[in-house]
Write a protein of this length. Sequence first.
Length: 444
Amino acid sequence: MSAILQPCKVAVVIVDKWNIHQLFPSIVHAIQSSTFVALDLELSGLGNRQDLGASSLDDRYNSLSQVAASRAIIALGISCFHGLQVFNDESTNTEYTTVMTQTFNLMTLCNEAYTVDPESLQFLVHHGFNFNRQYSSGIPFYRGDDKIDGKNERNDNFLRRLILELMKSKKPIIVHNGLADLVFLYQNLYLQLPLKLDTFVADLTEMFNGGIYDTKYIARMKGDQSTTYLQYIFRKLQRENARNLINGNQHIVIKQCDYPKALSSTIDHVDCSVYSFDLDVNTFKPNDVCQPFAARGFCPSGTECSKSHNIDDVLRLEEQTMINKRSKKRKIEVENNEANDNSKIKICNQVDQNLTLHRSGIHRAGFDAYMTGFIFAYYSLKHNYQDGERNESISPILGLKDCRNRMHLNRKTIPLQIVKSQFAKGSTSHQKKWKKILIDDQST
């Protein structure tokens, strides 16, 4: 039986129209008391992917704007990370950092007609998305500008109110490859999108002035990763964190919020623990892994593909290649009588062989938001130490200051900088709404 090397069960609170009244204050408090907030969206589609990869950023934004106006958010994931406090285990003389998380998965339902893309829905169904629950229990919302003639405006717009609370909190916002998510958030839950990209960027700088961080960009710049899809980076860093734990190095310990028993029926627990693996790594067959999935996290054959789409197998294959290279290196070192260095490498390789990750195949916005937040926390901690700026209460941006407000762009070598241009002003609609938000906030 496999032994748990680092246990981790993520509590995901499922929020729908039946319990949003009860849970809304708790979500707001989680945001306000957090160190940073990670977001992820599930969407009804993204349209023609070629248009979203246009060489012109203005054309790319125009395509995204049209998609966001015709499609809809079907789930919103929010994961709040608290603390990042450093402790020392005196028995092992090991420093570790604790992080407490609260994760919410909000089922949403646009109350206007919207387009659905069959391939997107097939992907979500394959990964366990519950459309029956979404259509029967989704939190209602409308897109575009605020409506002032609706009934019970305050009670019927929890999602819009939640975005306003997120803006007022001034917390760092963490996304993964998140330009499309930000465009959808704006169009679906805030205002009609501006016509120009520069205006949209100017609005974002005020809406989220705690900074926006894209973990896909961070993984490329700080992790020097060529493969950067979300699940791959998350699992890879979990394995690295487990190795640090076993080897007595600085690592992260995740703690979950203690929820009352009355909420137990609304909480799903996603097991993403790190387990030992009993089988010899040499029995693994590399040809069993789907190479398109390994490279991009997506296979065009979908469920018809006969090869493995398990991220554990992908990482295990990668580790096997590394072990083989290390074995050759050790052989050379032994021949050169470098026994001391060889023993150290042997310990590291043993850990590599015994690590694998298991979790349910559920694909949900809440857990994706948690994975995004974990990646950010890990890189923050890692580069905080490398930069020599460690202190007992770690600021989440230490070591990542040069990644603030830089969004990854597919098929581009440079990021989109979320910085207000001298030649671009914020939209009139945003300026008017933001001014009202600040006035209302001061009067309460």
